[in-house]
Design a protein around this ligand. Structure first.
Ligand SMILES: [Zn+2]
Length: 349
C-alpha cells in the first residue's frame, strides 16, 4: 500500500470486470497523457469488461504487467511492474547505438516473460516532443535515436498505451510521489550532473508550460559582465556556472574530483541564487536537489542556505533537501505518467 497522494484508490468497478480499476487521488491528470493514449486505454478497458463475463480469472503467470523504461546516455533499464509500481524484474544494457526499437523490444520480451503488456511508460533524455512521443536529438544518444517516434513504434508492436516523458520530469514525479516530496503541494526538482534539469509537480501533476521547464538556463549573470558561455547558446545560465561540464571547463579537472572548498562554496552561492529565484516565482513547499552534485552536498549546503537567507525576505523559506530515490527513480516516474494516463479515463470528474 502506498502512503501518499499517488496511492491507488479502489473505485467502484463494473460488476463484470474481473479486477477493480484503480486511480490516483485526489486530482491526478498529468500532462504527459495524450488523446491518443486515452483512446487506446479506453478501448482496452471496454474490451476488458466485455470479455470478462465469459472468461475465467487468469492464473498469476499471465496477469498483465506494466513495462517501465529508463533510457540513459550510457545505460538503458527495462523493468516489469505488476499490480502497482513495485518492480518485479529488470534488465540493464548499454544504450543501443543501432536499432533502438529492436533493442527495447528484446529487453521487454526478456522481462515480461509470459505476462501480457498492459502499458509502457518511458523516461527519455531531452529534448523530446511530448505531443508526438518522439525523441528529438539528445546530445548523448547515437544518431539512430534522432527523431524516433518511440511511442508509435512500441504501440504498434504491443497494442497498449505508451507514455513518453522527459527523464527529469519523471524524477520529479517520482520524488513527489514516493521520495523527498511526499505530501507536499508544490515540489520543484533540480537534477545537477553534467547539465542541469528541472521538473515541477503541483498536486501530483507535472507543470511543463508550452514545452518544458528549463530551470538550468535561468540567467544569473547579465551579458554586460562577460559571463561564461552555456550549452544552450546563451551565457551566464545556472548550468554554465554549476553544471559538471562547466565546472570541468572552468577548473581543468573533472567536477567529481574538485576538492577546493572555495569552489563548492561558490557553487552553493549560485545555487542559492537559483533557489531564491525559484522561490520568488513559485513559492514551493520543497525544492529537491538530485544528481551527481549531491555527493558534495555538505560542502555546498551552508553557503546555499546563507545565500537564501540573504535574498528571500517576503516569503517563508522552502525546505531544501536532497533526493531520496535511487536507481529506480526514473522508472517510478515513468510509472506515474503511465498510471496518470489511465486515471484520466476512469476519473468521474
Ligand atoms: Zn543556458
Amino acid at each position: 500500500m502506498l502512503s501518499n497522494r499517488w496511492e491507488p484508490a479502489i473505485i467502484e468497478a463494473p460488476s463484470i470486470c474481473p479486477t477493480p480499476a484503480i486511480r490516483f487521488s485526489p486530482l491526478p491528470i498529468t500532462v504527459c497523457c495524450t488523446v491518443y493514449s486515452l483512446i487506446v486505454a479506453q478501448s482496452n478497458f471496454i474490451l476488458c469488461c466485455i470479455s470478462a463475463s465469459t472468461r475465467e480469472p487468469m492464473p498469476p503467470s499471465t496477469q498483465p504487467c506494466d513495462i517501465l523504461i529508463d533510457i540513459g546516455g550510457t545505460k538503458t533499464v527495462v523493468a516489469r511492474a505488476g499490480n502497482g509500481h513495485a518492480i518485479a524484474g529488470s534488465v540493464k544494457r548499454p544504450t543501443a547505438q543501432e536499432d533502438p526499437v529492436g533493442m527495447l523490444a528484446s529487453m521487454i520480451e526478456e522481462v515480461r516473460e509470459d505476462h501480457p503488456v498492459r502499458g509502457i511508460g518511458i523516461g527519455v533524455p531531452g529534448p523530446f516532443s511530448r505531443p508526438e512521443g518522439m525523441v528529438l536529438n539528445p546530445p548523448n544518444l547515437s544518431p539512430s535515436w534522432q527523431n524516433l517516434r518511440l511511442r508509435d513504434a512500441l504501440h504498434s508492436r504491443y497494442g497498449c498505451p505508451v507514455t513518453v516523458e522527459n527523464d527529469a520530469n519523471c524524477a520529479a514525479l517520482a520524488e513527489a510521489a514516493f521520495g523527498a516530496g511526499t505530501d507536499e503541494d508544490l515540489v520543484v526538482y533540480y537534477t545537477i550532473s553534467t547539465g542541469v534539469g528541472t521538473g515541477i509537480v503541483y498536486h501530483g501533476s507535472l507543470l511543463v508550460g508550452r514545452h518544458d521547464t528549463e530551470g538550468g538556463h535561468q540567467v544569473l549573470i547579465p551579458p554586460h559582465l562577460n559571463p561564461p558561455p552555456c550549452t544552450c547558446g546563451g551565457a551566464g545560465c545556472l548550468e554554465a556556472l554549476i553544471g559538471g561540464r562547466s565546472l570541468a571547463d572552468l577548473h581543468g579537472v573533472e567536477a567529481h574530483a574538485l576538492d577546493d572548498p572555495a569552489v563548492w562554496e561558490e557553487v552553493g552561492m549560485w545555487l542559492g541564487m537559483a533557489m531564491a529565484n525559484t522561490t520568488a516565482l513559485l513559492d514551493p513547499n520543497v525544492i529537491i536537489i538530485g544528481g551527481g552534485l549531491v555527493a558534495h552536498w555538505d560542502a555546498i549546503s551552508p553557503t546555499l542556505q546563507s545565500t537564501m537567507d540573504q535574498l528571500i525576505h517576503i516569503q517563508p523559506l522552502p525546505r531544501i533537501v536532497v533526493e531520496k530515490l535511487g536507481e529506480e527513480q526514473t522508472l517510478l516516474g515513468a510509472w506515474c505518467c503511465l498510471e496518470g494516463s489511465r486515471t484520466t479515463v476512469h476519473d468521474p470528474s
